[in-house]
Design a protein around this ligand. Structure first.
Ligand SMILES: NC(=O)c1ccc[n+]([C@@H]2O[C@H](COP(=O)([O-])OP(=O)(O)OC[C@H]3O[C@@H](n4cnc5c(N)ncnc54)[C@H](O)[C@@H]3O)[C@@H](O)[C@H]2O)c1
Ligand SMILES: O=C(O)[C@H](O)COP(=O)(O)O
Length: 571
């Protein structure tokens, strides 16, 4: 096979000039034309974030909207930024009529966003996962101390004109055990601070690393062990189907008698009716709650809020000036990046790719999308039922293929569907279309390169260019990255070398001298005097008459236009 390196310089330069545009990954097709995207900020956001947003977007603020008001506004905006007080339901995505591309959550928890609906509607959800961690941990510690020393009750008493030094005798924290549930970002910061108070720390988190816990002097234990060990129990896990009502009657039956519980995570993790029963039975002696099953909770006759053994704050964990400025900047950066079509490491419903990995993957991402486009561009009317992707990589099974797979699907589906396909919904859309997808990782090559090659094969397809069909009766294209550029290296059983971009004319002819004479092209043959295919870069599409003329050249067997091998918007 002729390689780029040994090809004549002029041809290489021509190829590079023609196809060598700097490619970048467009994840979401967002801003159209030159108009600025419009962002609706539905809850109070730190001013630094608003100022940053205004640099690239039209910003509309509307707080305390009723659900129907949000639905009315959302079809006029490209992005929506919320905190935990706005429910971004399926109805919101439906009402957006496809315009809403990004939901930014200025905080960690995304349980107020219908992620399944977001994904279905191709809307990226991003959050601000780190900027309020310390604030939440500090609030947890504040509640721990306030509860142990009856600070709110004593404050209320003195404000009522009493000097009562007997009722509010507290309990000491030093030497006691705190059980932390959810040893993630907030949980581990709480652990660090609890150690500073002289407490022993155990943690329950089925997904946490032993090493990380040990490095902090924290012992990971089972749920039941944590319940039995803790004098204080501090909750720091997300609300998921697995954690919903985790603290119910059964847990409270096992909890250390008279221990105290703090919840700065999510209300639904505690079954509030069960907590009331546990408080009545003195299995739990005190509770400190920042979060509730329903927010705001019903106040009238609420048995939990009125109790002297329960102290409450109105979901204030993240509410420090510093944290609010921090989350505002963090979420705005993610929203602006997403609107510009860049991948975000804060994406919640799309593969999260750290920036350094993304940089490394960049040319392979372009290749993957290009191969998807190339393969589907060769399908005839009868369509195809399956996509087989093979990755040949020195990393073998260690290669994280999620992003590459999504880009192949994007490349394939964008050609055949009117639905907006992006990294968020690529998997789901292919599944909904009943496409069978298989991936094979083959260990091959050496060194640190991501891929030595990759191929896309479309099954049960009738190709408009029969030479693209391989021995297994699949439309087959293969490619690799050379000198940082994505190349198509095989079509069917024919080796080619085509820097993937723009439109290409493909002809198949008998291998005989002098039948076509074109300066830039790539030719491949199976055997001398056998058959060859020729790929020719073209600027404008030949007319039907020209196509007919090419096909009627003696020796030419078939001819097709292979349009836009790579996405035209990848520049
Ligand atoms: N009150 C507030 O204002 C406030 C502020 C920030 C965060 N939060 C909440 O705090 C919680 C933790 O936030 P984070 O940033 O530390 O998240 P995180 O993702 O860093 O940590 C969550 C941890 O919970 C663990 N976990 C998951 N399922 C579990 C289970 N069934 N049992 C035990 N552990 C489980 C995970 O392994 C992870 O280590 C979230 O619910 C978040 O929404 C609340
Ligand atoms: O999940 C979070 O980040 C916290 O619960 C904070 O929520 P808030 O932004 O509504 O204060």
């Amino acid at each position: 096979m002729q390689t780029l390196a040994n090809r004549p310089c002029a041809t290489r330069r021509a190829a590079a000039a023609r196809f060598g545009r700097q490619q970048c990954v467009k994840v979401l097709a967002v801003a159209s034309g030159n108009s600025k995207p419009t962002v609706l900020v539905a809850e109070k956001l730190g001013s630094a974030g608003i100022d940053m947003l205004k640099q690239t977007c039209n910003v509309e603020t509307a707080y305390n909207m009723k659900p129907e008001e949000l639905c009315a506004k959302v079809s006029l905006v490209d992005a929506l930024i919320v905190r935990s007080g706005t429910k971004v339901t399926r109805a919101v995505f439906e009402a957006s009529k496809g315009r809403l591309k990004v939901v930014g959550r200025a905080g960690v928890g995304v349980d107020n966003v219908d992620l399944a609906a977001a994904t279905e509607y191709g809307c990226l959800v991003v959050n601000a996962p780190t900027a309020n961690t310390v604030a939440a941990a500090e609030h947890g510690i504040a509640l721990l101390c306030a509860m142990a020393r009856n600070v709110p009750q004593a404050d209320a008493s003195i404000k009522a004109g009493k000097w009562d030094r007997n009722t509010y005798v507290g309990t000491s924290m030093v030497g006691k055990t705190i059980a932390i549930y959810g040893f993630g970002k907030v949980g581990s910061e709480v652990a660090r601070r609890a150690k500073g108070l002289g407490m022993s720390v155990v943690a329950y988190d089925p997904y946490a690393s032993q090493e990380k816990a040990a490095a902090q002097g924290v012992q990971l234990v089972t749920f039941d062990e944590a319940l039995a060990a803790g004098d204080f129990h501090s909750l720091h896990m997300p609300l998921t189907p697995g954690t919903k009502n985790l603290f119910g009657d059964s847990a409270f039956a096992k909890i250390k008698k008279g221990s105290r519980i703090i919840n700065v995570a999510r209300g639904g993790v505690i079954d509030e009716a069960a907590l009331l029963r546990a408080l009545d039975a003195k299995n739990v002696s005190q509770a400190a709650l920042d979060v509730f099953m329903e927010e705001p909770p019903k106040f009238e006759g609420n048995p939990l809020i009125g109790r002297p053994d329960v102290i409450c704050t109105p979901h204030l964990g993240a509410s420090t000036t510093e944290a609010q400025e921090g989350v505002a900047i963090e979420v705005v950066e993610a929203v602006v990046d997403a609107l510009a079509g860049k991948l975000s490491s804060n994406a919640v419903n799309a593969p999260m790719v750290p920036p350094e990995i993304l940089k490394e993957l960049q040319p392979y991402i372009v290749l993957a999308e290009g191969l998807g486009k190339a393969a589907v561009g060769l399908v005839k009317d009868s369509g195809f039922t399956d996509i087989a992707i093979t990755y040949s990589s020195p990393r073998g099974d260690d290669l994280d293929t999620r992003l590459l797979r999504a880009m192949v699907i994007k490349g394939v589906l964008e050609e055949i569907t009117t639905a907006k396909v992006n990294l968020v919904n690529a998997d789901l859309l292919s599944k909904n279309r009943g496409l069978k997808l298989t991936e094979v990782n083959v260990r091959s090559g050496e060194g640190s390169e991501v891929l030595s090659s990759m191929s896309v094969a479309l099954g049960t397809a009738d190709s408009k260019f029969s030479a693209a069909v391989d021995k297994t009766k699949r439309i087959y294209v293969e490619g690799k990255v050379m000198n940082g550029q994505p190349f198509l290296t095989k079509i069917g059983n024919f080796d080619v070398e085509l820097l993937v971009s723009g439109s290409v004319l493909l002809t198949r002819q008998r291998d005989q001298p002098g039948i076509v004479n074109i300066s830039f092209m790539t030719v491949s043959r199976t055997a001398k005097d056998g058959e060859a295919i020729m790929a020719i870069g073209i600027d404008t599409e030949p007319s039907p008459a020209t196509m007919e003329a090419i096909t009627s050249v003696p020796g030419v067997v078939e001819c097709t236009i292979f349009k836009e091998v790579l996405p035209s918007n990848s520049n």
